[in-house]
Ligand binder design. Structure first.
Ligand code: AMP
Length: 435
């Protein structure tokens, strides 16, 4: 199918072709005509599938009446500032031949420039729920004419505790409106939210809910917690990875790992909720420009990051919530490109990883790397619950994982490309399926 059969106007088709897109992605093909027809939709679209264009293109068409209106008529809610900024950038790219005024509002930055923009008048607003409520309480925003509401990554907004904020926002909107809900996963909570906010929605599903993007090669490596950092540095050096997104569970863990990788001779930065907006933007742009090789992120900070052709994602720590795995690995293999997602699973994390396997329903091969054979007890085989497993992991970290810095084995980054190529054969031939 071609874009010009979707019913989009010439100005949008021109912008799409300037972006270099030749064909709509499946979610765009299904969602765009339904949205143009005025229906509410509930779309299960994974990250990287082109979902942003699936809602921004028909939205721009709806907003473009030919007149300069600049009345707030559409609201896009996103879970994070990064996602808000990315959606806004996409909207500007696709709307470049139209006269649509847009603004983004999120916390962590001065509110006054946002107030000035709102006063000048905008057609569409991209907002995180917390800062939007702030504007509502200050009386600096008028939502009375909003007739399109888009909830982007709704599952993540609920995970982040935004349900009361979303309820409050939706109560302030006109009842007569079009509502579009996008979510990577469809939990009971999402379905309940949809039944309250959407009217007779068309369900758009492009792949089985909770399945992972097919282009991503997934594997797990079993390794002791205290050897993870060394193995990671070695993999990056020996496999000659140049852009790696690494996930940790905690902000502190992200900071510590970024420092350790730096001491291993790898350029690295951490990105998480405690970092200022400036620091997050700087780290992200350095990573995108290949000036930083490793970006260490927590789940929330990484949500919605759009980095073209990101080839490697590493789960340094296994997420507590299995759905987070789907979000994490969705950072790679975007828009049909190939990607590799590697999960480093220590003894205490086997139970958590088993929950992930059940969710994604595709086989994930497990390997052991020579020199990094696991010695820790396997929480799953020991019949332990996830919670007990996590406690065990925490104590394992407290006892040993900090040793990496001073262990004297922290020279793995020094095994740069030359050393790496001589060892690469070893990695491949020595890796073996253990489960
Ligand atoms: P999203 O799922 O919205 O985050 O989009 C993921 C990536 O796919 C972004 O880098 C988009 O620029 C890109 N993209 C969106 N639609 C298309 C398309 N039809 N063809 C090629 N790339 C696209």
């Amino acid at each position: 199918m071609q874009f010009d059969s979707l019913g989009l106007k010439a100005e949008l088709l021109r912008a799409i072709s300037e972006q270099g897109y030749t064909q709509p992605t499946p979610v765009q093909e299904k969602a765009i005509p339904v949205i143009l027809n005025g229906h509410d939709i509930m779309a299960s679209a994974q990250t990287g599938t082109g979902k942003t264009a699936a809602f921004t293109l028909p939205l721009l068409q709806k907003l473009d009446s030919g007149k300069r209106e600049h009345r707030l008529r559409a609201l896009i809610l996103t879970p994070t500032r990064e996602l808000a900024a990315q959606v806004h950038q996409n909207l500007r790219d696709y709307g470049r031949h139209l006269n649509i005024r847009s603004a983004e509002i999120f916390g962590g930055v001065n509110i006054n420039p946002q107030i000035t923009k709102l006063k000048r008048g905008v057609d569409v607003l991209i907002a995180t729920p917390g800062r939007l409520i702030d504007h509502m309480q200050r009386g600096t925003i008028d939502l009375r004419q909003v007739d399109t509401l888009i909830l982007d990554e709704a599952d993540r907004m609920l995970d982040m505790g935004f349900k009361p904020a979303i309820d409050q926002i939706v109560r302030s909107l006109p009842k007569k409106r079009q509502t579009l809900l996008f979510s990577a996963t469809f939990s009971k909570e999402i379905t309940a939210l949809a039944s309250r906010f959407l009217v007779d929605p068309v369900r758009v599903e492009t792949s089985a809910p909770n399945s992972t993007v097919e282009a991503i090669a997934q594997k797990a490596i079993t390794v002791d917690q205290k050897k993870k950092r060394e193995l990671l540095s070695w993999m990056i050096g020996s496999e000659n990875w140049h852009q790696v997104l690494v996930f940790t569970r905690t902000k502190h863990g992200a900071n510590r790992l970024a420092k350790q990788l730096e001491s291993d001779g790898l350029t690295a930065a951490a990105i998480h909720g405690n970092k200022s907006q400036g620091a997050r933007t700087k780290a992200l742009s350095e990573f995108k420009d290949n000036r930083i090789r490793v970006l260490v992120a927590t789940d929330i900070a990484a949500r919605g990051l759009d980095i073209d052709q990101l080839p490697h994602v590493v789960n340094y720590e296994i997420p507590n919530v299995p759905e987070d795995y789907v979000h994490r690995i969705g950072r790679t293999g975007r828009a049909g490109r190939e990607g590799v997602a590697v999960s480093l699973v220590c003894g205490a994390e086997h139970g958590l990883f088993e929950d992930i396997r059940k969710l994604v329903k595709v086989p994930i091969p497990t390997e052991v790397v020579d020199g990094y054979e696991p010695t820790e007890p396997n929480s799953r085989e020991a019949g332990k619950t996830n919670n007990r497993g996590q406690q065990q992991q925490r104590s394992a970290r407290g006892n040993g994982s900090g040793r990496g810095n001073s262990s004297g084995r922290n020279n793995s980054g020094g095994r740069g490309n030359n050393a790496g190529s001589s060892r690469r054969g070893r990695s491949n031939s020595s890796s073996r399926r253990a489960a």
